[in-house]
Ligand binder design. Structure first.
Ligand code: URA
Length: 204
């Protein structure tokens, strides 16, 4: 059977692979066009996302919309997902078993969408691509991971609460259009071997 985003969403809707299923109200698989050039990956649903079944619809989501508007993009142009698809109670951090259980859904979404660029929002999403890195050290830099451009950024919620992060994420967003243009021009290299460390793109 060929995979599809709706197939993944229907599996997530029934998912009981980790304990988060017992406290969730709605699953939040992610949304956006299946041919989006850019994919944003956050942490996990919060209160409003759990109520509505849609990603980034609370305060952090409003800020994400503003950031997108600052580079003349709309939510409808991009795919927005999270590393965990169900709300951790009281918005606690996702736990390792929850991240592991949910990872396959995210991998399948990335494979289907095949975006030119991925933007990780916050630590848990970054960890998927840059294990052991610090957002404060690598944010805003375009790096290639398995042949795809990945840019780590601070989480918009952190930026809402701390003005210094707000400026940084605003500046990082301004770099995105150029990164996407360059990624589109480049002939995508064969996927790097998994054991190779992520390399800094020489163009940037
Ligand atoms: N924060 C996230 O990381 N994801 C959401 O969907 C909402 C808030």
């Amino acid at each position: 059977m060929t995979d599809s985003l709706s197939q993944i969403a229907s599996e997530i809707a029934k998912c009981e692979k980790c304990k988060l299923y017992s406290t969730r109200k709605r699953t939040v698989p992610g949304e956006g066009p299946d041919n989006a050039k850019i994919m944003f990956i956050g942490e996990g649903p919060g209160y409003h996302e759990n109520e509505q079944g849609r990603p980034f619809v609370g305060q952090a989501g409003k800020f994400l919309d503003e950031l997108l508007a600052s580079i003349k993009m709309k939510r409808a142009d991009v795919f927005i997902a999270n590393v965990v698809k169900c709300r951790p109670p009281q918005n606690r951090d996702p736990e390792p078993d929850e991240l592991a259980s949910c990872n396959d859904y995210l991998e399948r979404q990335i494979a289907l969408i095949n975006p030119k660029a991925i933007v990780t929002l916050g630590r848990y999403s970054m960890e998927n691509f840059f294990p052991g890195a610090k957002v404060s050290s690598i944010h805003g830099q375009a790096k290639k991971v398995k042949g795809r451009l990945v840019v780590a950024m601070f989480h918009p919620a952190a930026a809402l609460h701390q003005p210094k992060y707000r400026t940084l994420i605003e500046e990082d967003f301004k770099k995105l259009p150029e990164y996407i243009t360059l990624a589109e021009k480049e002939v995508v290299a064969a996927p790097a071997k998994p054991e190779e460390p992520p390399e800094q793109m020489s163009l940037f």
